[in-house]
Design a protein around this ligand. Structure first.
Ligand SMILES: Cc1ncc(COP(=O)(O)O)c(C=O)c1O
Length: 452
């Protein structure tokens, strides 16, 4: 049986199969994925992953005994030969950093997103820093971003020497609220506002039309945090092709995931791409000559080779995620737990139900990096599901403005109420392309049992 809530060998408290201590081992000595951050619960046993999927059972309804939040082993099983061949190709070449694999991936990602150029780098966090600096963010500047995101969305601004201006989110999509950005600028406009950086949270683009208007109004450049949104669109424009620059993460839990850390920056401006190529390599236009301070932010060839294999499937995988989201919606509605809210505003009746489904903007093509519900008594529900061996995660339990490290920004509890409320209600349910309908049914039936 899959072990879903193991404890890390280096830390206390509940940990999934990815923990943030990088020990590579859990307390029982089982290998963990190394990570810079705790991300999710992943099925750790290959046999469990397949046995529990209900795929071969004649009695499908009783086959599901556990559902991991994410099961990378199913994907690996279907790609094993291709991935190992790609890794072997790199080993045979003995070229491990940048090189032809990274260059080919850069061209392929530019084509997928519709960007003019792409620059491979070491992680999504690195990509954010490159995107900000190439877009012109300098020490002393201010950059507007959302208060409801992963830490790197704001810490990358600090690393660029700037001050994050954290703004609240829309109550439905939980993406940066353009009207609130405008209000904040009208009330207290920072002297040196340089950029606005929306995050396409959970795989759904922020309202790029409204945000672009605000950016133009206040003379700010647009930078996208598209870490969770490869393949997503706003109207006909791809995530990564709407800002001056955009950052993607290929962290192992992402829709397009590497076998370690990796990231990519896309841009609509070739000169920014050239700047980022220098910045990711110690600010060096040619070997051992340095015009500015860069860093080692390069991408490994093995990661690029793995990503190129997976890139062939990303559109199919994103479609599978969209189908799973629709199945969740339908099953939740059938169970009477949630009003159908697959687009637009949620009605009053839906608000009285214990579960609110993820809201979609009609202009967004959501790629469901996560399927996140809003749940009454969220923590109790989560414990109930954990006891049933159903993986869940809270993205994110504490908004950025309440993180101790950002106390210097002067924001307090109550200042950004939508993000604060979301942090108490959001719950990510199992979501990955290979998830089965039976597994979704088991999750929804378990939620129904909790509220019955
Ligand atoms: C919204 C967002 N931004 C940035 C990052 C950072 O990416 P990475 O973990 O690859 O450094 C992540 C990763 O979780 C993310 O979700």
């Amino acid at each position: 049986m899959a072990i879903l809530a193991r404890r890390c060998g280096a830390c206390e408290g509940e940990r999934g199969a990815v923990c943030n201590h990088g020990t590579g081992r859990d307390e029982g000595g089982e290998a963990l994925l190394e990570s810079g951050q705790m991300k999710s619960m992943i099925s750790s046993s290959p046999s469990a992953a397949f046995r529990l999927a209900g795929e071969s059972s004649g009695d499908r309804a009783t086959a599901v005994a556990a559902v991991p939040l994410l099961d990378l082993r199913r994907q690996y099983a279907s790609l094993r030969e291709e991935v190992l061949a790609a890794i072997t190709r790199v080993c045979d070449s003995q070229g491990f950093i940048l090189g032809p694999e990274v260059e080919a991936l850069e061209r392929e990602i530019a084509a997928l997103t519709g960007a003019v150029a792409a620059v491979g780098c070491a992680s999504g966090t690195e990509a954010l820093w490159l995107a900000l600096v190439a877009a012109g963010v300098k020490p002393g500047d201010a950059v507007v971003t959302t208060a409801f995101s992963f830490f790197a969305s704001a810490s990358s601004i600090v690393r660029a020497g700037a001050t994050p201006i954290l703004v609240d989110v829309e109550p439905g999509t939980l993406n940066l609220d353009a009207e609130l950005v405008r209000k904040r600028m009208a009330e207290k406009r920072p002297a040196n506002l340089r950029a606005i950086m929306p995050v396409h949270l959970y795989g759904q683009c922020a309202n790029m039309d409204a945000l672009k208007e605000v950016a133009e109004e206040f003379g700010a450049v647009m930078v996208e945090d598209a870490a969770q949104a490869i393949g997503a669109k706003w109207r006909e424009r791809g995530a990564g092709a709407m800002g001056a620059t955009a950052a993607f993460s290929f962290y192992p839990t992402k829709n397009l995931s590497a076998y370690g850390d990796a990231g990519m920056v896309t841009t609509m401006q070739p000169e920014m791409a050239e700047h980022m190529r220098r910045l990711r390599n110690h600010g060096s236009p040619r070997r051992y000559y340095h015009d500015e301070f860069g860093w080692n932010g390069r991408m490994d060839a093995i990661q690029a080779a793995v990503l190129r294999v997976k890139l062939r499937y990303i559109e199919e995988w994103n479609r599978a995620r969209q189908r799973h989201a629709a199945t969740y919606d339908r099953k939740f509605a059938e169970a009477g737990l949630a009003g159908a809210s697959s687009s637009g505003e949620v009605g009053a009746e839906a608000r009285r139900k214990p579960v609110r489904l993820p809201e979609r903007s009609p202009d967004a093509t959501h790629v469901f990096h996560q399927y996140v519900i809003r749940a009454e008594r969220r923590d109790e529900l989560r414990k109930f599901l954990t006891d049933r061996k159903i993986g869940t995660e809270v993205y994110y339990p504490l908004p950025l403005h309440l993180q101790p490290v950002f106390a210097y920004l002067g924001l307090r509890e109550g200042d950004l109420p939508v993000a604060e409320r979301a942090a108490k209600e959001v719950l990510a349910l199992p979501m990955f392309p290979e998830l089965t309908e039976d597994e979704i049914g088991f999750v929804v039936a378990s939620v129904a049992e909790f509220y019955s």
